[in-house]
Design a protein around this ligand. Structure first.
Ligand SMILES: Cc1cc2nc3c(=O)[nH]c(=O)nc-3n(C[C@H](O)[C@H](O)[C@H](O)COP(=O)(O)O)c2cc1C
Length: 389
């Protein structure tokens, strides 16, 4: 890092921070991409993965998942099996107390694995939760046993073409570009598993959903334990991201410089009186007001199988959005199961599931800027040794 004195950082009266840029700072900025953390996106489907299970898993690890925790473990069993497990050290006890969202993320993983296997002419027979599953939380018992079966009848899925381009895109939307009804329809019809899915791109509905999203995010921010859960997962700058390619990545030269100066750290971010806190909150709130549409999914039951199905469909809807050039940003706050969120949770369930059922997912959609991929642990690091079963 170039030597930068505090003098080069201007603190504005309104609380803004400006980092003075010079030639050395620009050169520095060009080196800050955490390339190692992004390598799994380049290695997906690489010729080095000769075993069809490894090829399929190399795509599965690119699945969307809450807080990018990547809770999956994999164990190759015999010549054609994979046992997919859950890593309890990756739980989110405050924002996801029953592992519902993490299970949805596991469903996203399984769907990508199945789609990738189909590309190679394999059907995947899945046995979900073969040892059962508790509604209270996931354990280290298998989430799924998968068997890869060569099958001439298996058809490639057109959505697979978008796996490497899929993102959870969290930026502001272009408010001059409404989302066409056909694009929403393409997302809703991409699903195969959940009971129901819905959405709106009607301008009259948007204020309600924007406001709800803001209120829910404010609750997560202002509830110390849920906010801390996010802050603990901050990976600030290239070195931290490469060392732990998961969680909430905050790349880029400006943040690295602020971190080096002690102005943006996990500690300052936690302090509600700090600029880091106020600007962090403003930065994540602002895009919500630009949202040009919303989509959601509802399951009749809320058992583990329903949650896996919700995940399988969620990634399909995300891929359909990618295919249509639409940015897709999950917003889980109002669906989270903790006391401070109860009122909004009830409100959204009254609106979307008045006759019962669980709203599993909600996302804002619109046209947004292109964004890059998020970090992943390499597939090899998720492989666990066979355990006695
Ligand atoms: C069940 C689930 C819940 C999520 N909730 C949120 C959320 O509330 N806010 C958000 O910004 N992203 C959310 N995401 C998106 C993840 O942050 C994202 O998938 C992860 O960081 C990996 O990034 P990628 O999807 O671009 O590969 C969620 C994803 C899943 C599967």
């Amino acid at each position: 890092m170039p030597s930068l004195s505090r003098r080069k950082v201007l603190m504005l009266a309104g609380g803004g921070i400006v980092v003075a840029a010079g030639a050395s700072a620009t050169a520095f900025a060009l080196t800050r991409t955490p390339r190692r953390a992004l390598e799994p996106w380049e290695r997906a489907g690489a010729p080095g993965y000769e075993d069809p299970r490894m090829r399929a898993l190399s795509f599965a690890i690119l699945a969307p998942n809450p807080h990018n925790r990547q809770p999956w473990t994999v164990e190759l069993v015999g010549d054609d099996g994979v046992s997919i497990g859950f890593d309890q050290s990756r739980q989110l006890p405050h924002t996801d107390p029953f592992d519902r969202q993490l299970t949805v993320g596991m469903g996203c993983f399984l769907e990508l694995m199945v789609m990738a296997a189909a590309q190679d002419g394999y059907r995947v027979d899945l046995d979900l939760f073969p040892q059962g599953a508790s509604p209270d939380g996931l354990t280290d018992a298998p989430v799924a046993l998968a068997r890869f079966v060569p099958d001439k009848g298996v058809k490639p899925d057109p959505l697979f073409a978008h796996v490497l381009a899929r993102r959870s895109a969290k930026e502001a939307h272009d408010m001059a570009r409404p989302v066409p009804a056909e694009a929403l329809e393409a997302m809703l019809t991409a699903r195969r598993h959940v009971t129901a899915a819905g959405g709106t791109v009607d301008a009259a509905d948007l204020p309600y959903w924007r406001e709800l999203s803001r209120k829910a995010l404010a609750i997560e921010f202002e509830t110390p334990r849920t906010y801390r859960e996010s802050v603990d997962l901050f990976r600030i700058g290239k070195r931290e991201i490469n060392a732990n390619p998961d969680g909430i990545e905050l790349p880029g030269a400006p943040l690295e410089i602020l971190k080096a100066l002690g102005l943006f750290t996990r500690e300052t971010a936690l302090d509600p009186g700090s600029i880091a806190y106020r600007q962090g909150m403003a930065a994540v709130m602002a895009p919500l007001d630009t949202s040009m549409g919303f989509v959601w999914t509802v399951t009749e039951t809320n058992d583990r199988l329903a949650q896996i199905g919700a995940g399988r469909d969620w990634v399909r809807m995300n891929l359909a959005a990618t295919a249509a050039g639409i940015a897709f940003h999950p917003l889980s706050q109002c669906l989270q199961e903790y006391e401070e969120m109860d009122e909004l949770y009830e409100q959204v369930h009254q609106r979307l599931a008045p006759d019962g059922g669980t709203v599993q997912m909600l996302a804002r959609i619109g046209y947004g800027p292109a964004v890059g991929p998020t970090p992943r642990w390499p597939l090899e690091s998720r492989i666990v040794e066979r355990t006695a079963s």
